[in-house]
Ligand binder design. Structure first.
Ligand SMILES: Cc1ncc(COP(=O)(O)O)c(C=O)c1O
Length: 291
């Protein structure tokens, strides 16, 4: 593991955060999970754009601006050295007093961690993921705008925990209207009768970078796509359901609330999911910002 913190690189074990950091005390900050494939950073501009949007929304000034963040990401990835890596770029409000007032916080803190990541085993992917609907609800933009990838991940943490305690691989989170928002750290897609659908940020979905790439790839394959409101029934009645995310990439869903999704055929990834997995694999290895 390699870590950039404040203004330079450290070995993983030597990196630490002061106890007065408001990211630690209050989850006051934003972050990005970014992948490096074959020594190219996948969709770096999109990640930096989302980070910048988030910092503007919460009133954190990016130290050195977006170009400085680009430098930090590239330097950390280079120092890590692997062909493939997972990067976690974090910007916190910085150190401040023991109160939530932001006015006395110092310079925002920049952290970038480079490591390896495996969220689900090959075996889990082959059989497809089991999802359960959990009691946690994803906030809609009037509460905590899902377009801000903030450090406050308690909803996702508790959702995943509830799903795991129920014996499932991951959680399906609904919003307060009972409509589908997303999984704990991934977007959800349903494919039925030739149309690919995924919920919008207005229904509580993060505007995922992988989601965007998948929508582009599907359109390139001639598949009509729609960002729209979905209910559980749209997943239960779908021909194929899959999750997307930087960590998870594209992962087929086998069941929702113990009901088998799709045709029930094995292996689970249906024809469209397999096509998109292949196209996504090509895209990640042929595009991106070189290190
Ligand atoms: C809550 C949530 N939704 C969706 C995603 C997927 O977004 P992306 O494809 O940008 O990684 C993530 C990724 O971390 C997430 O945390």
């Amino acid at each position: 593991m390699k870590v950039w913190i404040d203004d330079g690189l450290r070995d993983g074990d030597a990196a630490s955060v002061p106890v007065r950091d408001h990211g630690l005390l209050y989850g006051d900050g934003v972050f990005e999970g970014i992948r490096v494939y074959a020594r190219r950073v996948f969709r770096l501009d999109a990640h930096l754009g989302r980070l910048e949007l988030g910092t503007r929304a919460v009133g954190i000034e990016l130290p050195g601006g977006v170009e400085r963040m680009r430098h930090v990401v590239l330097e950390t990835a280079r120092a890590f050295g692997g062909d493939d890596a997972y990067l976690r770029l974090v910007v916190t409000r910085g150190d401040g007093p023991l109160g939530i007032d932001t006015s006395e916080c110092g310079t925002p803190r920049v952290i970038c961690i480079a490591d390896e990541l495996e969220l689900f085993s090959d075996e889990q992917r082959r059989r497809g993921l089991a999802l359960v609907t959990v009691s946690q609800r994803r906030p809609t933009p009037d509460v905590l705008d899902p377009r801000v990838k903030s450090l406050n991940y308690m909803t996702s943490v508790l959702a995943r925990r509830e799903a795991r305690l129920a014996g499932a691989d991951d959680a399906l989170l609904l919003n307060r209207d009972g409509c589908v928002a997303e999984a704990s750290v991934a977007n959800v897609f349903a494919y039925r009768r030739g149309v690919l659908r995924t919920p919008s940020a207005l229904d509580g979905a993060l505007e995922g970078i992988t989601r965007e790439a998948v929508l582009e790839l599907a359109a390139g394959l001639g598949i009509p796509c729609s960002v729209e409101r979905l209910g559980r029934i749209d997943l239960l009645g779908a021909d194929e359901v899959f999750l997307t995310g930087t960590g998870i990439e594209i992962a087929a869903v086998r069941s929702l609330d113990h009901a088998r999704v799709g045709t029930g055929a094995d292996p689970v990834p249906g024809p469209l999911t397999r096509k998109l997995e292949a196209a996504f694999g090509d895209l990640t290895r042929s595009s991106g910002t070189p290190l």
